[in-house]
Each structure stands twice: as C-alpha cells, then as structure tokens.
Write a protein that binds this ligand. Structure first.
Ligand SMILES: Nc1ncnc2c1ncn2[C@@H]1O[C@H](COP(=O)(O)OP(=O)(O)OP(=O)(O)O)[C@@H](O)[C@H]1O
Ligand SMILES: [Mg+2]
Length: 229
C-alpha cells in the first residue's frame, strides 16, 4: 500500500554525466532542509551516492540526515518487491538510476515513479540523446498504462556565456521538442562547487544554482499533506 506521504522520484537519462547523481543528492539535501523524510536508493553500479556517503560519514562524523541504500537492478520480480516496499515509505524515495534503459528492472522502477527527473545539457549530442531516451519512455508508457510519472526535464550545467547565437537557436529548437513530452524546469546553473556535492547538506553556491529548479519540482508534485515552502 502506498503511504499517503510517499513520493517516488527517479533520476534517469541514458546520457551519461548529465548530473543525475548530483541532482539526486542535491534534491535529498534540499528536502532535508525543509524537514522532509528522505531516502535514496542507489541503483547505479557506479555507486556514486553510496560512495559519497561513506566519504561524508568520515568527514562529518555525525549521524547522516537520511539513508542511502545500494540495490542492483535485478529481475523484474525482485524489482517489483523493492518498489512495493519503497511505496510504504513515509516520505520521498529518490532513485539514482543507471543509464541503461533496456533493463526490464528499470521499466518496473519507472512504472512506480511519481516523477522522472531527466537532466540534460545544452549541447547537441546531449539533447539528441535525451530525445531518444524520451522516446523510450513514451514506448514504456504505451506498454504500461499504469505508468503515471510526470516527466521533469532539467537543463543542467547551464552557462549562458558559452555557445554562439546559432548554437543557442539550435539548442532551443531541440528543447521545444523535448517540452512536448514533459515539463522543462528552471535551469540549473554550472557551478564548480557541484563537484563538492555531499550527502549531508547544500553548500551556498549549490543552493543558488539549483534552488529554483528543485523548488519547482517539489511544488509541482506537492500533495495536500505537504507544507507550503
Ligand atoms: N550544475 C552543475 N555544474 C557543474 N558541474 C556539474 C553540475 N551538475 C553536475 N556536474 C558535474 O558533472 C559531472 C557528472 O555529474 P553526475 O555524476 O551527477 O552525472 P550522472 O548523470 O549521474 O553520470 P553517470 O551517467 O555517469 O551516472 C560531475 O563531475 C558533476 O560534479
Ligand atoms: Mg550517476
């Protein structure tokens, strides 16, 4: 049974290095800041989130603000059980998904999601690859009418000083295609400090870069139980 406060958010894009893991941690820290219950399920073999937590536990030396559990995407039955359990959690369950979309287990994960957060960069390869990924999502929706996830498309690592006028025109055209399939959020800016993302709290510069993006996502998903931010 889905808990009344339960919200499942999956960070996914077949394109690598676009900021899935980073945004997943930032959103967890943002939600903790607003006193929400959070946990992260790290299903990426690279284990970025879990490894960062190990480093942070040594560094901070205090009880971590939320749990991060590793889970390798297995057969669909095991995945289904994980998602059933995740639905019972009183709060937000954030899934850091691996790129490989062909995995049946990933399809199960997405079927249970309330939201899919899909970061991309303003760069032609990234935008085209993201379009392909969205095409796969659309196919999954056709195969599984239960899939109800809202799709949030996050322009990440944005630096408006980079790119010619012609490039920006092309990127915006690609983005308009993306926007036909999901909600484009406010942009998340490029910040060096993103490399220092941790599993305890948001640093000031990180907050400035992603606050509007994260607030937009959470406010769009707000259930009657959620407090006004
Ligand atoms: N807004 C940002 N500004 C600057 N750097 C960023 C930003 N977001 C992410 N990065 C950097 O981009 C790199 C890739 O980010 P991340 O590991 O989160 O991507 P990913 O999509 O999870 O990658 P993978 O597909 O390998 O799992 C990291 O070095 C991270 O610090
Ligand atoms: Mg990652």
């Amino acid at each position: 049974m889905k808990h009344q406060n339960n919200v499942i958010i999956v960070f996914a894009n077949q394109k690598g290095g676009v900021g899935k893991s980073t945004l997943c941690l930032l959103l967890a820290n943002y939600l903790v800041y607003w006193k929400k219950n959070v946990c992260i399920i790290d299903t990426d073999l690279q284990q970025s989130a879990s490894m960062q937590r190990q480093i942070d536990e040594q560094q901070f030396g205090t009880e971590p603000p939320y749990a991060i559990q590793s889970f390798s995407i297995a057969d669909t039955a095991t995945m289904q059980q994980l998602m059933e359990n995740a639905q019972e959690f009183d709060g937000y369950v954030l899934f850091d998904a691996p790129g490989n979309i062909k995995d049946d287990g990933l399809a199960v994960m997405l079927a249970y999601a309330d939201a899919i957060v899909c970061p991309y960069e303003y760069e032609t390869k990234s935008l085209v690859s993201t379009q392909t990924f969205i095409g796969v999502l659309e196919q999954l929706r056709e195969l599984n009418p239960q899939m109800k996830a809202r799709l949030f498309l996050v322009p990440n690592k944005v630096d408006t000083r980079i790119g010619t006028a012609a490039e920006w025109k092309a990127w915006m055209e690609h983005e308009r295609v993306l926007a036909q399939h999901g909600t484009v959020t406010p942009r998340a800016g490029y910040r060096i400090q993103m490399r220092r993302v941790n599993t305890y709290d948001l640093l000031d510069d990180q907050k400035h870069a992603v606050y509007d993006t994260l607030r937009f996502i959470i406010q769009s998903l707000r259930t009657p139980n959620h407090e006004q931010n």
